[in-house]
Ligand binder design. Structure first.
Ligand SMILES: Nc1ncnc2c1ncn2[C@@H]1O[C@H](COP(=O)(O)OP(=O)(O)OP(=O)(O)O)[C@@H](O)[C@H]1O
Length: 260
């Protein structure tokens, strides 16, 4: 059986070697999320170390977004425990998690349309800084994501690829140690995808941990150090990307999904 969704190649050349190291930044143990009678996530455990990219995959409705929300504080687990840097954050609200060093992007980016690109990032910089220092930090983040030349432009005028980078800049301005990316690449054209992949790689090189949900399989397979595949809320397979891609249950889940 072939696996057309999982090409066993590295489509983005020049992949630098990075090595996740140290104790986990994030751990989740036995996460379960129920909505009434629906168990959207069932008993999922994971860990992410500095410099590591964890990819979450699974067919539509698998529970990826719900798990992502439980990890970031936007959904409350019915059972289980989330720790960040050794501290139990299961009940900690998202804003307080941001202060601790956990930041996320949103699938549908919603910048303040009438504010400039720089002002949008400044709002996040104010979490840790004030005045001129906040402005310098926001500008440095814009340089990092390649938007410095757009600093004065209203966010409403950005195209999709730049809006995605602005979304990333807002999260980076929170100075996270762990970044959650919710479909930052889906919908971009191939050159913009490559730019975003290169940017994410450069971020993990500097020690950032990343958890990403992404529907574009060749992107997640080439970026991730570790992949978790879910189906119907449960863990289907996990491990190195190529091993997960070749797992019979994963192939079945995706082919079944395709043929629904
Ligand atoms: N707020 C909610 N109330 C009730 N059911 C929900 C809620 N959010 C999600 N669900 C259900 O939980 C299950 C998992 O949904 P979830 O959105 O987490 O999956 P997903 O893997 O992110 O899917 P997709 O790839 O389509 O975004 C689905 O059956 C969904 O209908």
């Amino acid at each position: 059986m072939t696996t057309p969704e999982f090409p066993a190649v590295t489509p983005f050349p020049g992949q630098p070697v990075h090595a996740p190291q140290g104790p986990p930044l994030l751990t989740a143990e036995g996460i379960t999320v129920r909505f009434g009678g629906v168990t959207a996530v069932k008993d999922i455990s994971l860990a992410v170390r500095p410099g590591e990219i964890l990819g979450l995959i699974g067919p539509n409705g698998a529970g990826k977004t719900t798990l992502f929300n439980a990890l970031t504080g936007f959904a409350r687990p019915s059972a289980g425990r989330v720790t960040f840097d050794g501290r139990d954050v299961t009940q900690v609200p998202p804003q307080a998690r941001a202060r601790l060093g956990m930041a996320r992007t949103f699938q549908v980016e919603r910048p303040f349309e009438n504010l400039s690109v720089l002002e949008n990032v400044l709002v996040a910089s104010f979490l840790h800084h004030r005045g001129r220092v906040a402005e310098d930090q926001a500008y440095a983040v814009l340089e990092r994501v390649g938007l410095a030349d757009r600093a004065a432009q209203p966010a409403a005028e950005l195209n999709l690829a730049r809006r995605r980078r602005l979304e990333l800049a807002k999260a980076l301005a929170l100075e996270p140690r762990l970044l959650f990316l919710d479909e930052s690449i889906a919908g971009l054209n191939p050159p913009a995808q490559q730019e975003m992949v290169a940017l994410i790689r450069s971020l993990v090189q500097s020690g950032l941990g990343v958890v990403m949900v992404e529907h574009i399989m060749h992107v997640i397979m080439s970026l991730s150090d570790h992949v978790i595949c879910m189906a119907f809320g449960e863990l289907l397979a996990e491990g190195e990307p190529q091993a997960v891609a070749a797992h019979p249950d994963v192939i079945r889940a995706y082919l079944g999904d395709d043929h629904d």
